[in-house]
Design a protein around this ligand. Structure first.
Ligand SMILES: Cc1cc2nc3c(=O)[nH]c(=O)nc-3n(C[C@H](O)[C@H](O)[C@H](O)COP(=O)(O)O)c2cc1C
Length: 132
């Protein structure tokens, strides 16, 4: 695979197999990621890999909080501009439409949307979670 193919075949995955990821694979991915550029080369990241029982516990607590009605904590930093303008607002809404219609969820079905949000905190079934 060349770099163009790698870049253009990248996609968001929202349903993983529970198959264990070998430690060597995780280490390989993280050492490749450590080549990422950073301003003034300060490399301002810490990576945490969670698998097995600790991940199961984390997923249980996180999905439990959402189920209890705590959808989001206050964000540590702003991810989206508070008043999003076109074309970004339109893209986000087109994406929402596509995603929820693919999942068969109606716009006004708040509960089903919440269930879909819970999948985020279950790491979409992934057996390893990387926090950067
Ligand atoms: C900063 C950032 C945050 C994201 N957060 C989520 C998320 O919370 N849940 C999710 O399912 N996808 C998330 N995504 C994935 C985007 O929705 C996805 O990359 C976008 O729709 C483009 O689709 P593609 O990655 O399949 O090309 C995030 C992507 C980025 C870059």
């Amino acid at each position: 695979m060349d770099v163009y193919e790698a870049v253009t075949s990248r996609r968001a995955v929202r349903g993983f197999l529970g198959k264990e990821v070998p430690r060597e694979t995780l280490e390989r991915v993280l050492s490749a990621a450590s080549w990422a550029p950073s301003g003034s080369n300060i490399q301002p990241w810490n990576n945490f890999v969670v698998t097995g029982e600790p991940l199961a516990e984390l997923k249980k607590r996180a999905t439990g909080r959402v189920a209890d009605g705590v959808l989001w904590d206050d964000r540590e930093y702003v991810m989206y501009p508070p008043a999003m303008k076109s074309p970004y607002r339109d893209r986000r809404s087109a994406f929402g439409n596509e995603r929820y219609s693919a999942l068969g969820i109606a716009r006004e079905d708040w509960e089903a949307r919440q269930r879909a949000a819970i999948a985020n905190w279950d790491c979409f079934g992934a057996p390893a979670a990387l926090f950067c």
